[in-house]
Design a binder for this molecule. Sequence first.
Ligand SMILES: Cc1cc2nc3c(=O)[nH]c(=O)nc-3n(C[C@H](O)[C@H](O)[C@H](O)COP(=O)(O)OP(=O)(O)OC[C@H]3O[C@@H](n4cnc5c(N)ncnc54)[C@H](O)[C@@H]3O)c2cc1C
Length: 260
Amino acid sequence: MSTRAATYEAEVLSRTPLSEHLVRLVLGGPGLADFTSTGVPDEWVGLLVPGQFQSRYYTVRSWDPVAGALVLDVVVHDVGLVTEWAKGDCVGDVVVVSAPKGSFAMPADAAWLMLVGDLTALPAMARIAEVTGVPTRAWAEVPDDVVALAGYLPGRLEVDWLEQPGDGVSRLADVVTDLVWPEGDGYFWMAGESAQMRAIRKHLMRERGLPGTAYDVMGYWRETTGRQPRAVDPGPVYRAGKRAGKSDEEIWADYDEARG
Ligand SMILES: Cc1cc2nc3c(=O)[nH]c(=O)nc-3n(C[C@H](O)[C@H](O)[C@H](O)COP(=O)(O)OP(=O)(O)OC[C@H]3O[C@@H](n4cnc5c(N)ncnc54)[C@H](O)[C@@H]3O)c2cc1C
C-alpha cells in the first residue's frame, strides 16, 4: 500500500483581490474530483505552484463538492514562492494541492470560543466561526484597510480589528496577554507568526494554567531575516505527535522546531 499522501492537480479558475494583501483563488477542474474535505474547519492543504518544488500551506476557505470549487485566500506579502506567483496573473495555471488535514478540536462542552490571528489566519477564523455555535469573539491583526475586510468574518461575530504595526512585526502576543477572559470553560484558537505563537503557548500554560485540550495555537509562518523558512508539512508532525500522546500545543511547538 502506498504511504504517499494523495495529491490533486487543479486549475486556477479565478483570482479576486479581497483587500490590498489578500487574494482569493478559486481552484477547480477534473483533477479535484476525488478531493474530500476533512470537515475540520481549520483544515489546510499544501499548495505547489508552477515552477516550484516546495509547497506552502493554505487553509481551505471553502470546498464545494458539487461545483468542484476549492477556495484558498492567499496573503500577498513581499517575497516568497507563492506570494510572488499569486501577485501575478495566475488564472489558468495548474497547481497541485495535497489532501487536507485539520487540527481544530473544540471540546463539545465549550461555552465560548476565542479566535485570534493575523491575516494568514483569517480564512480559518472565518470558516471556524461559520460552523461553530457558541458565543465567539475574534481579534484580527491586519495590515489592510479594515473596511475592505469588514465583511470577511461572519456578521454575528464580535471582532476587534487590530492595525498591524508599521514595522510589520506582530503584536498579537501582547494583545493576548492583556485579554479579559470569559467565565467558564471555552476554547482558544490562534494562528500567526511563529515567535508570537510560542510566546502565547507559554502564557496559556504558565500564567493561565490551561490544559492542552482548551487551546490550539499554531505558527503559520516564520519571520526571517534573509533565510527562507523550511516548508514542513504540519500533517506528519501532527500525526506523530498524536501517536506519541502529545497535546496539540506540544505538537505545534515541535512543528516550529522542525522548521528550524
Ligand atoms: C496550517 C497552515 C495554514 C495556513 N493558511 C494560510 C492561509 O489560508 N492563507 C495564507 O496566506 N497563509 C496561510 N498560511 C501561511 C503560509 O503558509 C505562509 O505565510 C507561507 O510562508 C507563505 O509562503 P510564500 O511562498 O508566500 O513565502 P515563503 O517563501 O514561505 O517565505 C518568504 C519570506 O516571506 C516571509 N513571509 C512568509 N509569510 C509571510 C506573511 N504572511 N507575511 C509577511 N511575511 C511573510 C518569510 O518570513 C520569508 O522571509 C498557513 C500556514 C499553515 C502552516
